[in-house]
Design a protein around this ligand. Structure first.
Ligand SMILES: NC(=O)c1ccc[n+]([C@@H]2O[C@H](COP(=O)([O-])OP(=O)(O)OC[C@H]3O[C@@H](n4cnc5c(N)ncnc54)[C@H](O)[C@@H]3O)[C@@H](O)[C@H]2O)c1
Length: 450
């Protein structure tokens, strides 16, 4: 099939490269010309494990192309995906300006009947808007071509995006009536050979709602555990043991139950806020999700406050930070907890020296100039002369540090493990003051021996 992927970011690039990998003829389009020229040279503008090789291989085999010319790319295309950003508007609603601009251009340029798959996360009713815009543009130029607009939310996870796309749990497609069903089945058949039931075809508005509901549910699990982690700290209970105990129940499941510094990234906070806005516009109050966002904001503040409380005054203190991206495996720093925590720490007078294996450049762009913040290329360099180490993102390379070396480099032997990666006992033996999230640590009565 001849496919155009409009928007070559975290979602568009991975989806485009994977669709090329199974044999489709794919052109990824973006308005960012620098991005496109890098991609034409086989260089991905983002970090996603395996993406560079996948792109280069499919370019070499003549199945994957990059262009900033949507009109030309749409010529005789059968399927166009819209995978542009839907950032938060001024009051948290999803801003559809990029989606609408693409819909207009599609209506102005398509030269054959077209299946338009809306992959961007968009509020209920947006696919109808896309359909209206395209139909209007087609009628302006008296074109008789037909556009079938489908909702096709994406569930890939940054860091494991290629595997998620190639072996999906499910593929959700929302259609208005039956129109487009056969084309959708053909398009996705290679990804559902093991189980055709993975392709869930639902009503279009349900599909739009599924994406928001999935992200809202995952965010809820995280906030639920973060909320309880505060109570566990007061009671001297270990939230990790609680997690294991409840996660063994198949009705609950093991995933997304980790206490930490709060959720971030380009999806959960934005999508929960957008859903709250949708709900508000309908006069319905989503009380649980209001709480989810409130707990998340409180958690980011609480973990920063924990560090301040330990030192009392942060003026003249230097802190090493390990990890800036919102999770390991990606350079995405949009709404990363590190942004809020580092702003608080420097605001309270601390000097912060940060390291991340992949996300330093994107973090610099995201946070801008900030007095008191500097970066190093090697993790251990951040520790030199610091009063403490804060683990913010659990990249693999931070999992098993050489504690002796950490101790020798640090001036103050304080460790704030905001991802519960380390064992209190081990750190005690290595001579650290150790604090974590929702588990007994150096502050806990029940571990007075620490
Ligand atoms: N990042 C994720 O993990 C993820 C997962 C699932 C769904 N989503 C959703 O997918 C959508 C895209 O997210 P992303 O993270 O890939 O965003 P992104 O910011 O990485 O990429 C969006 C791209 O669209 C391009 N663009 C904007 N306007 C354009 C236009 N008129 N023509 C062509 N290109 C244009 C931008 O230049 C950018 O490169 C969002 O709605 C997001 O909520 C993201």
């Amino acid at each position: 099939m001849k496919i155009v992927m409009v928007g070559s970011g975290y979602v568009g690039l991975v989806s485009g490269a994977c669709l090329a990998e199974i044999g489709h003829d794919v052109t990824c389009v973006d308005i960012d010309k620098d991005k496109i020229s890098k991609l034409q040279d086989g260089i991905p503008p983002i970090y996603e494990p395996g993406l560079d090789k996948l792109i280069q291989q499919n370019q070499l085999h003549g199945r994957l192309f990059f262009s900033s010319d949507l009109k030309q790319s749409l010529n005789q295309a059968e399927v166009a995906f819209i995978a542009v950003g839907t950032p938060p508007g001024e009051s948290g609603e999803a801003d559809l300006k990029y989606v609408e601009a693409v819909a207009t251009e599609i209506g102005q340029s398509m030269t054959a009947d077209l299946l338009v798959m809306v992959k961007s996360t968009v509020p209920v009713g947006s696919c109808q808007k896309v359909e209206d815009i395209i139909t209007q543009e087609l009628s302006k130029r008296k074109s008789t071509h037909q556009a079938t607009v489908a909702s096709n939310p994406e569930f890939l996870k940054e860091g494991t995006a290629i595997g998620d796309f190639m072996q999906p749990d499910r593929i959700v497609v929302g259609l208005k009536g039956k129109h487009g069903e056969k084309e959708v089945q053909n398009l996705y058949r290679p990804f559902t050979l093991d189980d055709p039931g993975k392709l869930l075809i639902v009503e279009r508005k349900s599909s739009e709602m599924i994406k928001y509901t999935a992200n809202a549910m995952l965010a809820t699990r995280i906030s639920f555990m973060n909320d309880l982690s505060g109570l566990c700290e007061k009671l001297g209970v270990d939230i990790s043991q609680v997690r294991r105990g409840i996660g063994a129940d198949p009705r609950i499941g093991k995933k997304f139950l980790y206490a930490g510094p709060g959720f971030g990234g380009s999806c959960f906070p934005k999508d929960v806020r957008a859903l709250l806005k949708t709900s508000e516009a309908c006069g319905h109050q989503l009380r649980i999700l209001e709480g989810v966002m409130e707990v998340n904001e409180r958690q980011k503040k609480a973990v920063a406050r924990k560090i301040k409380d330990h030192f009392g005054d942060l003026h003249g203190r230097r802190l090493a930070i390990w990890g800036l991206s919102f999770k390991p495996g990606t350079d995405d720093t949009r709404e990363a907890p590190a942004l809020s925590i580092i702003r608080d720490l420097t605001g309270w007078g601390a000097e912060v020296v940060a390291h991340d294996p992949q996300a330093t450049e994107s973090f610099k762009k995201e946070i801008g100039e900030l007095a008191g913040l500097s970066y190093v290329d090697r993790a251990y360099d951040a520790l030199k002369g610091a009063d403490g180490l804060v683990l913010l993102t659990e990249w693999r390379e931070y999992r098993w540090p050489n504690w002796q070396m950490v101790r020798n480099l640090l001036k103050g032997h304080n460790l704030f493990d905001l991802r519960n990666q380390y064992e209190a006992e081990t750190l005690k033996e290595a001579g650290f003051h150790y604090e974590c999230v929702g588990r007994p640590d150096s502050r806990t009565d029940s571990l007075l021996t620490l």
